[in-house]
Design a protein around this ligand. Structure first.
Ligand code: SF4
Length: 248
């Protein structure tokens, strides 16, 4: 079944009251018959929760491990703690996580565009180190699984469990949309899910090292002092126009 033949938004409405694990189980049992599904994670607490759920589903033989691929956009600017968390997650859950790199290394980007592009033009830096590589990862896939939650930003507040991603032209699976921050941490503690130790040191949201600071909330801890609140991965083009925010 081609991607366009799936009514993603109807599915989203149908699964509005379903648990995250049910959304994942349905996706990886039924939808994966029609194409490849990618789980993209930046190793935030939500991504770690999804990984623990995928492990539970595989362990209980409710889904097959080959029904999905896990990947991270390795911008070259991630914290050492984040890279170590990747190793801990792989070991604990017996997954192999694909590290996907931008076309240019950090050094090559510095030579071509000048050092500290993230300070002068973070949109261009995010485009080259996140959005363009993501496009390459998503090409030919049926859908991608994300860790977004409705309460995180205004852009994410209207997300459904399943929706069509107009920007990248594939399905988008958002199992955690209804979860609150405290739901996430309750799950992490109850299930001993590995998480980034920087979150115990005052960081609320962890991305690339140069653009992450200690802050009281997501808005204050990423791109502090700038209007930017999204790297553009989860903002649809029509929202960009309406919001007047340049994201790619
Ligand atoms: S978050 Fe910062 S360093 Fe990372 S890609 Fe975007 S601008 Fe560049």
């Amino acid at each position: 079944m081609p991607n366009e033949a799936i009514d993603w938004n109807s599915l989203g409405n149908q699964f509005e009251d379903s648990s995250a694990i049910k959304v994942l189980e349905y996706s990886l049992n039924e939808l994966s018959k029609h194409g490849q599904i990618l789980f993209l994670t930046a190793f935030g607490p939500e991504g770690c929760v999804i990984m623990a759920m995928l492990h539970t589903l595989v362990k209980n033989q409710l889904i097959e491990a080959k029904s999905f691929t896990i990947a991270n956009l390795d911008t070259g600017y991630q914290f050492q703690e984040t890279l170590e968390l990747k190793d801990r997650l792989e070991e604990k859950y017996n997954f192999e996580i694909l590290m996907h790199h931008p076309a240019l290394s950090v050094l090559e980007q510095d030579l071509k565009y000048g050092e500290r592009l993230y300070e002068r033009d973070p949109d261009q830096c995010c485009f080259m180190r996140k959005l363009a590589p993501l496009q390459g990862l998503l090409d030919g896939k049926l859908a991608w699984i994300t860790s977004i939650r409705r309460e995180q930003t205004e852009h994410r507040a209207k997300a459904l469990a399943f929706e069509y991603d107009k920007k990248f032209k594939l399905g988008k699976i958002n199992p955690l949309i209804k979860w609150t921050r405290s739901d996430i941490w309750k799950y992490i503690h109850e299930n001993s899910v590995p998480y980034n130790p920087l979150l115990d040191n005052g960081y609320e949201s962890i991305g690339c090292k140069p653009c992450t600071s200690i802050g009281s909330d997501r808005k204050n801890s990423r791109w502090a002092g700038k209007d930017k609140i999204e790297c553009g991965l989860h903002v649809q083009d029509h929202e960009v126009e309406q919001g007047g925010e340049f994201v790619i």
